[in-house]
Design a protein around this ligand. Structure first.
Ligand code: CS2
Length: 491
């Protein structure tokens, strides 16, 4: 079977949409750090649609370390397919926005040179929560981190995302080229503001005067990004090859839904992403809170409880009536009261659409995938909501069950005594805490709550919070996830 590439584009079946522009005419206007599935299903798609009118916004894709994406897509001239699937079928298109793919660790100097190109006006990031070298509870830079210390001392050969950004800015400043705008596209709270704080602090540590310049001259718009994009499987590769009539080494599977809300704050111009479905607003914060707390908060709760109950995917978890009802109650009774008013936005309809999206039968979104990196995700997904509810003097039973399910999960042993492959930057530390405490909720809950990078200093001393979490964890140990949910939803 032939393989997707510039040369084979014309051999695709007629119903597959393909780049409607001359790829040879593209120039690089965006450097994107972290070219995983999410970026390829989201920002790259919004950009692809407008390249026929404005070819200056081609995307140079950068992986910090892993050569996998470059090796898969390089021989395809950077082309790949995106399949939007639901119960009724698939809509597929080929994305041609890539102007190149590089692996930073192979040649950091080359990346720094490319970042100095005046044609590059935006550097965007999807490096996942753990890629920002910050403390998730406070949003502050982990200054003692080895990789950060390395990068401060070796800014021409950075290893981290922050070092790469700061190194690029420093070179531009030295050569009199205006700084690129830094566009954070990860599920972090106030992602632009958070990244600004981190980059500015890093720059200050390099040189205080440079830090001032970064704080004053670099733009960091915040964004709310949304599209569910599960990891690609070999079965996906087979079904996509059948549909394309050719192989695609790394196809992307996603849902039809997509949303992007962006603060309109760009120093050197920006693509007209609003013409391809994005929304530019003055303040992203209310959209972001809504999405992180309703969608991602529910997702993580479904992931931990679902995994413990043996559900492989989110759709499987949503098929358990007690779990679906917990999620409904979580959104309606516990999260919604914490969200700011968003004029013209129908929150109940949004929640109903989330339920439909979670039930998408064609997406095999594994609970294990979402359960990853919980230490980096809990603060913005569940703990902020919990803080607001506690301030309101309101109940947090469902939210606390989500936190307790995470605790049960990170012990690394499931309900049948089998190992759980816990992926988390703090996995080892969490496992040691769990082993020392043993499977006893009264000991395990306070021990895990003492991890300040996750829970801060306020929550572990809040009796309403600690007792709700301990009660939920006691039930998870005594009765298991299924019965705990049954009891909760029966009340
Ligand atoms: C998910 C998100 O993996 C996860 O933690 O909750 O990736 C989620 O699918 C996206 O934020 C949806 O926009």
């Amino acid at each position: 079977m032939q393989r997707l590439s510039n040369a084979t584009l014309s051999a695709l079946p007629a119903d597959i949409e393909r780049p409607g522009y001359d790829r040879a005419a593209l120039s690089t206007g965006i450097v994107h750090l972290g070219i995983g599935a999410f970026h390829r299903a989201h920002q790259a798609v919004y950009t692809d649609t407008l390249l026929k009118d404005d070819p200056r916004w081609g995307i140079l894709g950068v992986s910090l370390r892993s050569p996998d994406t470059r090796d898969a897509l390089g021989p395809q001239d950077g082309l790949y397919s995106v399949s939007a699937v639901d119960g009724t079928g698939a809509k597929r298109r080929i994305i041609g926005a890539s102007t190149g793919l590089i692996v930073a660790s192979e040649d950091p100097t080359d990346l720094q040179r490319r970042l100095s190109d005046p044609g590059v006006r935006i550097v965007s990031t999807t490096v996942t929560e753990k890629g920002y070298s910050h403390d998730p509870a406070t949003g502050q830079l982990r200054e003692e981190d080895d990789a950060i210390r390395h990068d401060i001392a070796n800014l021409h050969q950075p290893r981290t995302t922050l070092g790469t950004l700061v190194g690029g800015l420093k070179q531009r400043r030295a050569t009199g080229i205006a700084p690129f705008t830094i566009l954070a596209c990860d599920n972090l709270p106030s992602n632009g503001h958070t990244l600004k704080r981190l980059v500015t602090r890093f720059a200050e540590l390099v040189d205080p005067d440079f830090g001032k310049w970064v704080a004053g001259d670099v733009h960091f718009p915040s964004t709310m990004v949304d599209r569910i994009v599960p990891a690609t499987t070999d079965a996906d590769r087979v079904s996509v090859a059948a549909a394309l009539g050719m192989t695609d080494a790394w196809p992307i599977m996603t849902e039809p839904f997509t949303q992007w809300v962006i603060e309109d704050d760009f120093g050197l111009g920006r693509p007209d992403w609003d013409r391809t479905g994005a929304e530019f607003v003055a303040d992203v914060a209310p959209y972001e809170l809504m999405k992180l707390r309703l969608l991602n908060g529910s997702h993580s709760t479904l992931a931990y409880l679902g995994y413990l109950m043996g559900c492989e995917t989110v759709a499987d978890a949503m098929a358990v009536p007690a779990l679906a009802s917990l999620i409904d109650g979580l959104m309606r009774d516990e999260v919604r009261s914490t969200l700011p008013e968003l004029k013209g936005f129908d929150v109940p309809a949004y929640c109903a659409s989330l339920v439909q999206r979670f039930r998408n039968p064609a997406l095999r979104h594994r609970t294990w995938q979402i359960a990853m990196d919980g230490s980096q995700k809990l603060p913005q997904r569940l703990l902020g909501t919990i803080r607001d509810r506690l301030t309101q003097g309101q109940s947090i039973d469902r939210l606390a069950l989500g936190v307790a399910a995470w605790m049960r999960y990170v012990t690394g042993i499931d309900e049948a005594g089998k190992p759980i492959d816990v992926r988390d930057p703090l996995a080892l530390k969490l496992r040691q805490i769990a082993d020392a405490a043993g499977p006893v909720a009264d000991r395990l809950a306070p021990a895990l709550l003492s991890v300040e990078a996750i829970f801060g200093t306020d929550l572990p001393t809040n009796p309403a919070f600690t007792s709700a979490v301990t009660k939920a964890l006691t039930s998870l140990y005594a009765n298991g996830a299924r019965a705990t949910l049954g009891q909760m939803t029966a009340n």
